[in-house]
Design a protein. Sequence first.
Length: 281
Amino acid sequence: MIIPKQSITVAEVVSHYDELDVFYREIWGEHVHHGLWRSGEETSEQATLALVDHVAELARIGPDNAVCDIGSGYGAAARYLARHYGVQVTALTVTPKQHHFALSVEPTGNNPIYLLRDWNVNRLSSASFDVAIAIESLSHMSDKRHALAEAARVLKLGGRLVLCVWLASDHPSRWAPPYLLEPICRQGRLPGLATETDYRSLLDATGFKIDDFEDVSRQVRRTWAICIIRALKTVSRDRKYRRFLLDSKMRNREFFLAMFRILVAYAVGAMRYGIFAAYKT
């Protein structure tokens, strides 16, 4: 587990996404997660939906399933699953601006249900969901064991869990943690970057049986090249971006540098992207 030198609180994660709210949506869109390129010919929009479809496939989502989206961001994946798979989705985010945006998309809708809550104190009923998904959200949680225990609690027996997670390599080179992984955690507001081995142990300890794991690092890393190119183009033509980057009061402007580190970390194998599929035993 890679732990940043300074502890990252929930409040700092909230500040990160609230402060970068407009930039995330303008540069990447409503899906605040990686894209999945299979053929390499997909647009970024197609790639982000491909990841959601793959999660649905691994979760074996069926009509009328009750699905919990842990760390749902702007609710884009939750809306997609509700519309295209006929499931009832409860979507939780800890970020007020993301929650407000999700509600604004469908102000009179009741599927998904959007909740502004910290997953670790989610107050959801036990054994009330058939499926739980967490697309990159566990990387922002410090107590990953408790987060997974809560997933086990809200799932029915045999209920399925799919995790898309940022991973540190189990065997990074000596220079990768201090120059890539620790700064990525700090600048990206990640309380800890776990390894594949860490997650396997945590899932086993919280009552899950893993039946699939995929390393899709090569298929997702294009996300960051696209984001960097778009960010550089936007900075060159939009004063709003330049003012943000030059304003010392904006703590999360350093994420601009983290994007380059993330791309390099993927290229050298220091960072990986994994998808776990498991069920509650």
